[in-house]
Design a protein around this ligand. Sequence first.
Ligand code: F0G
Length: 458
Amino acid sequence: MNPKTIIEPFKIKSVEPIRFTTREEREKILIEAGYNPFMIHADDVLIDLLTDSGTSAMSSKQWAAIMEGDEAYAGSKSFYRFEDAVKKITHMKYIIPTHQGRAAEKILFSIVGGPGKYFPNNTHFDTTRANIEFTGAEADDFLTEVGKHPEQRADFKGNMDIEKLESFIKEKGVENIPLCMITVTNNSGGGQPVSMQNIRDVKNLCNKYGIPLFIDACRFAENAYFIKLREKGYENKTPLEIAQEMFSYADGVTMSAKKDALVNIGGFLAMNDQGLAMKCRNLLIVTEGFPTYGGLAGRDLEAVAQGLTEVLDEHYLQYRLRSVEYLGEKLVAEGVPIIEPPGGHAIYIDAKRFVPHIKADKFPGQSIVCELYLEGGIRAVEIGSVMFGKYDKNNKLIPPPMELVRLAIPRRVYTQSHIDFLIEIIIEVFRNRNKLKGYKIVYEAPILRHFTARFEPV
Ligand code: F0G
């Protein structure tokens, strides 16, 4: 027997009810939230696809590990378990826990950033960009051309454009580029993977100019499994071996454990440079905590250590990538425009093609996000002009290259029938797409405005 269906590789021991609302209730809720799903109470959401970050279901072994948490202020046993788990995968010398990914970024860029500095990446995530810009430095994206075309299929649409990166290094000067980053998988570009060849090529280029390479490793296990499925020579390697090779090309790592460590909170910084590690630890003590807990409880460190082993299980990764692909396939079959092929943690609806009658300055992605909530209580997030739009001197919107709606799939949380329900709702919204209207912003914060902005339909 060789069954085709890839099943959830777990059974459910503890369940959390979800609350049903009526369309009338959702209309009121959405108005109160200023048409911004970040402002909706989670209890008013039926299926929450706002993020895959911190929303994983933990395993019984993780919950058991939590009871083993050693809450000693210094030298906690749980820290050493955590450190071993991170070292086993990354082989980095210095492991610094932080309460989440952006705390690792904040510490790193406070030290290496500053005015006149430049940080290249395939695509910076918004917190990475914000932490860089906050120091007065510049964050620059060098995504491979194919990665900018949602309708074009390619195996590694998260890759870095090596030629553009090299011209940039020559233009800005090595002395102004303290480090280069590569984000796996490339979240803002559609959860698309980066190939081992590309990581190796970026490393070789960095070596040529003496620039350290850091990996933003939030979704390293998903990236490793894409490499196994798609890159020649990796078919017979384990996800752990592939991850180890990925990190062997890096001089440092920033990690949000809220993704591929299957926990609700946590992160770390890891690196090989002793001098830099000392500076990071000194700052950590000021902002996060003592170097053996770094803003986390001992129990959190235990859950990360356990999660890092579970996430590399092949049955888990096969189920994880397949369940996202399943959603993507069904939508494509109905003509719904998405970034193809599906990424590792999310489906990205291409709002430009979904609602071509709504122009960027009327926020097409926001319009779809609101409609998904009204139609089915689904919470998604806009990744387009709301999140990344800037203004020119005349206060005219400079839109980013893509207008997307992200449906991020929490790890081990929803079953196939939740996904089937979601597909029905999206298809219904797609059928009525001509009726969707644009939005205008009536309030926005100066930085990371998408979290708190308020909108009105136009
Ligand atoms: N880097 C990437 C690629 C991310 O996706 C995130 C978070 C971070 C860094 C920051 O990590 O949240 O632990 O501080 N992404 C979440 C998301 C928030 O919804 O995609 P954090």
